[in-house]
Design a binder for this molecule. Structure first.
Ligand code: SAM
Length: 258
């Protein structure tokens, strides 16, 4: 069943309005017509089964038939902090991370970034990334759309640590060094000793194609990040965040089982 996210102000008490690109796509591509049913969410707390009463390419008006309570959101709010990768890799991280259950994405700059950061293009890229997150969230039947943060400088990334219950720094050297701490042992240790709410916020930091310098790793660790490995292989930058996110959700019990 087709699913749409609408802004809170389009989600009324008895009916909802779909406008803009979504209305145009629904009518022109999906051939939506009065009587059709689909699911609409306001991306925060309300999700409903609705029936179309009026359908034009500019506006769809649908009556709320039933409020739905299915909550598909993970209890752990995991933000993937991704050092800006080349090309369209960020789009892959956002699409797959959204399907799997990421809470938010925080692009940031680091020393060994290959791509040249261009602030003028940021607004356009964030708009594109937000669209990808929305489409992936609709496809994954999520209740909310993961947020895309503005591109952070290295300093801003470090300063953000205090907003999270746990900060994990994916350090490739930690991954295959004999003494390295894997993500599983680091998270289990944290679960045991933390009395934080059962709905922790976690920041998972991933380097760009060029990885991290020792200086960056030391500075992040000094600021409270836990260095973690993701196995004895070197993962591509666009793979590492997805693997780390999946490990965390698995460890949190999100994939089922106690
Ligand atoms: N410096 C790496 C190398 O030796 O080729 C390249 C960086 S890797 C392509 C990109 C990022 O993915 C790393 O900075 C790290 O954040 C993460 N990563 C990749 N493999 C990892 C592993 N085995 N353990 C922990 N993090 C890893």
């Amino acid at each position: 069943m087709q699913r749409y996210f609408v802004a809170a102000e389009q989600f009324g008490n008895s009916d909802i309005r779909i406008i803009g690109e979504d209305a145009h796509h629904a009518v022109r591509v999906m051939r939506t017509k009065p009587g059709d049913k689909f699911i609409v969410s306001d991306g925060q707390s309300r999700t409903a089964l609705v029936a179309v009463r009026e359908a034009t390419p500019m506006l769809i008006r649908a009556e709320i038939l039933e409020m739905l309570s299915a909550d598909t959101e993970p209890s752990w709010a995991i933000t993937i902090a991704q050092s800006l990768p080349k090309g369209d890799k960020m789009e892959l991280v956002i699409q797959k991370g959204t399907e799997i259950g990421a809470y938010a994405f925080m692009p940031f700059q680091s020393e060994r970034m290959i791509v040249q950061y261009d602030g003028k293009k940021e607004a356009k890229r964030i708009e594109r990334w937000t669209k990808i997150a929305k489409e992936a969230a609709e496809q994954a039947h999520r209740n909310r759309i993961p947020s895309i943060e503005p591109v952070h400088s290295w300093r801003e990334l470090i300063q953000s640590f205090g907003s999270y219950d746990l900060v994990l720094f994916c350090f490739e050297r930690e991954g295959h060094a004999a003494h390295g701490r894997g993500i599983r042992s680091a998270v289990r240790e944290w679960i045991e000793r933390s009395d934080s709410a059962s709905e922790p916020s976690v920041l998972l930091i991933v380097g760009s194609e060029g990885g991290f310098t020792d200086r960056e790793a030391n500075e992040a660790e000094a600021a409270g990040a836990v260095m973690v490995g993701l196995g004895r292989r070197i993962l591509r930058t666009e793979t590492a965040g997805i693997v780390g996110l999946t490990c965390l959700l698995y460890e949190s019990g999100e994939m089922g089982g106690a």
